[in-house]
Write a protein that binds this ligand. Sequence first.
Ligand SMILES: NC(=O)c1ccc[n+]([C@@H]2O[C@H](COP(=O)([O-])OP(=O)(O)OC[C@H]3O[C@@H](n4cnc5c(N)ncnc54)[C@H](OP(=O)(O)O)[C@@H]3O)[C@@H](O)[C@H]2O)c1
Length: 283
Amino acid sequence: MQQHTFQLQNGLRVPALIFGTYKTAEEQNEDVLLTAIEAGYRAFDTASFYGTESYLGSAIRKSGLAREEVFITSKLWKTEMGYEGAMAAARRSLEALQTDYLDLYLIHWPLPDPDYADWKALDLETWQALEELYDQGVVKAIGVSNFHPHHIENLLAHGRIAPMVDQMEYHPGHAQEAAVAYCQARNILVQAWSPLGKRRVLGDPLVCALAEKYGVSPAQICLKFALQRGIVPLPKASSLERMRQNRDLFSFELEEEDLYRLTCMPPVGWSGEHPDRPRVRLT
Ligand SMILES: NC(=O)c1ccc[n+]([C@@H]2O[C@H](COP(=O)([O-])OP(=O)(O)OC[C@H]3O[C@@H](n4cnc5c(N)ncnc54)[C@H](OP(=O)(O)O)[C@@H]3O)[C@@H](O)[C@H]2O)c1
């Protein structure tokens, strides 16, 4: 599985499937992460906001894997933006993860809150810190998360280094085609958070019909949908069985017409989060 990778614009290879660590089973974080390693995952998505960095660091250490065998992504939170804030955040993340470098470091959201007027200046200051961390080799690649094209334009116009990754919500029923197309036209690798729509998509009639057609689970349909669109899915799961199932994506191929169906199906499973809007609480 780990031989499947996507290449970033700086040449770095990113695993095609990354384990998501947000809300890994409460109070069993380290065990869940050790199980994910047992299941074969070698790439992990964490963030200062998740509180899982220290568990991930410990799990990697306990697993006996060498640092270079693992691909670690982390992100700085809304309260850690700005040049000094980002530099300090990176130091804290490295310490929590017990490592001296990150494979990928992202700005988690483009705005601290939707009313923040001077977000362009704040993003640029924050980005400048990431550029410096990249120059120093402390982070091997840099990118953004939840940035829409107008947020990225600001970095492309005024930054020195273009973002290499944009991590956004992506699943059947919320395919964000405009943002994906924008990124892919500029060689910015898209990563899919909540690739299963936090399970909200798994009962959708089309997803279920395709699961039956291909003889796989609805979750596998969602993950393969991202992969075949050139997007890295970041599924989170708690059991060894699900973790293994989510990695078993290379024995089948979705037909193009099914990819179109999934891309164009009615909206379903949106988290309620949008960078420029207050969060919508959905039941
Ligand atoms: N950048 C951002 O702003 C952002 C935001 C949200 C998430 N993320 C990242 O994306 C990762 C994944 O997103 P997510 O955790 O929100 O949602 P998700 O991966 O779409 O869904 C996780 C849910 O699906 C269940 N599940 C996993 N595999 C399954 C399978 N094969 N069959 C049935 N159910 C299955 C899990 O249950 P169990 O756990 O009970 O197995 C869990 O309830 C996060 O962990 C985080 O790393 C990033």
